[in-house]
Ligand binder design. Structure first.
Ligand code: NAD
Length: 350
């Protein structure tokens, strides 16, 4: 087994907190990847991991991704994430959330928690009773509420930059967009695209969600992996990570891949094949940062119009990514990484 210190050092993490509370059964990890730009903000995921190592890899990978997302989005925030090891349907209790909140509080604001898979807005509000280091709470309580509409809006703005890059204008009229996943983000994105004049193909494991999109937006349904083969202008992954991989890449019949799903690239090597097939890839963490930008606004007192103005800048950021990709002859994925790393190097006082 790899030495734990080596594992943490490999990706440059600052701190790993191993949390345990015998009476509530809490077993959790809090990973703080980088705080050079500000406190580490990132969601808490509750998941029945098969092993400690699986939970550890997840929290390390996710917290690092948050550093890059915050940095490339020009936010005064660092990257962190937490995971609670357990089944949210069976193991979540008031006592467990209280014990977890105490652990967060003990970090004195170095880590700010938000919701993620298995942790609801209601859970966040319970945690907030024991620590102020919480974000993403309800609109009624002065928070920013569900981040999904903000994420969808950011994706929509970033897609405009993609259209300009490929077609020379940002019009959605007559453009065909295939959306994989009609959940919270996918459905909000479908609405924006429909209103802007795009025609939609939609896929989801839940037939009700597909039926909803057919009813509301006249979308065409696509089944399972057929979505990768859809002949379209934009393929928008809004469900799963790892979907751009050595197998799926051969199927793509789109000009642009731009969607909300986190960690879309299964491995970095696939980006070269995308370029050789003339498919423009919008790096996921640049495009899907709307939710984070929205949540970050809570820290200075939430104001929705101001938040949405900042989210719209995803368009400009995507343009920067494309410009750097061309001037340095690197992939868009590498260009996004490079922009984030430059910002991290400069630090917060610039
Ligand atoms: P969600 O759970 O509301 O929706 C996901 C949808 O994908 C569900 O309807 C599910 O049935 C569907 N799905 C799952 N597997 C599928 C498959 N194989 N084919 C087709 N559909 C499938 O999640 P969400 O909040 O809409 O988030 C979507 C993606 O965007 C996730 O990867 C998430 O990590 C990422 N993301 C979300 C936000 C946010 O603000 N919610 C922010 C950044 C990134």
């Amino acid at each position: 087994m790899t030495n734990l210190f080596d594992q943490i050092k490999a990706e440059g993490h600052e701190q790993l907190v191993v949390c345990s509370d015998a009476s509530s059964g809490l077993q959790a990890l809090i990973a703080i990847h980088n705080t050079s730009l500000g406190p580490a903000l990132g969601g808490c995921r509750m998941w029945p991991y098969a092993s400690f190592n699986e939970a550890l890899s997840d929290v390390l990978r996710l917290s690092r991704a948050m550093t890059y997302k915050a940095a490339v989005s020009d936010l005064p925030l660092g990257g962190g994430k937490s995971v609670i090891w357990g089944d949210p349907r069976k193991n979540k209790s008031r006592a467990l959330l209280d014990a977890f909140a105490k652990q967060i509080d003990s970090l004195n604001g170095r880590y700010i928690v938000a919701e993620d898979v298995g942790i609801s807005l209601g859970d966040i509000e319970v945690i907030r009773e024991s620590t102020p280091h919480v974000s993403g709470f309800s609109l009624e309580k002065g928070g920013s509420g569900d981040p999904s509409p903000a994420t969808a809006y950011g994706v929509f703005c970033g897609m405009k930059a993609c259209l300009e890059e490929v077609y020379g204008n940002a019009s959605f009229t007559g453009k065909r967009v295939a959306i994989q996943g009609m959940g919270k983000v996918g459905s909000a994105l479908a609405k924006l695209l429909h209103e802007a004049g795009a025609s939609l193909y939609v896929s989801d494991m839940d037939p009700e969600r597909v039926a909803h999109a057919i009813r509301l937006y006249g979308a065409d349904p696509i089944h399972g992996h057929e979505v990768y083969r859809a002949e379209c202008d934009i393929f928008a992954p809004c469900a799963l990570g790892g979907i751009i991989n050595s197998r799926s890449i051969k199927s793509f019949a789109c000009r642009i891949i731009a969607g909300a799903a986190n960690n879309q690239l299964k491995e970095m090597s696939v980006v070269d094949e995308l370029s050789s097939r003339d498919i423009l890839y919008a790096p996921d963490y640049v495009l899907n940062a709307g939710g984070l930008i929205n949540i970050a606004e809570e820290l200075s007192g939430y104001d929705q119009p101001r938040a949405y103005e900042k989210i719209a800048k995803i368009y400009d950021r995507m343009k920067m990514v494309f410009a750097l990709s061309k001037t340095e002859s690197i992939s868009t994925a590498k260009a996004a990484e490079s922009l984030a790393e430059r910002r991290l190097k400069k630090g917060k006082h610039v």
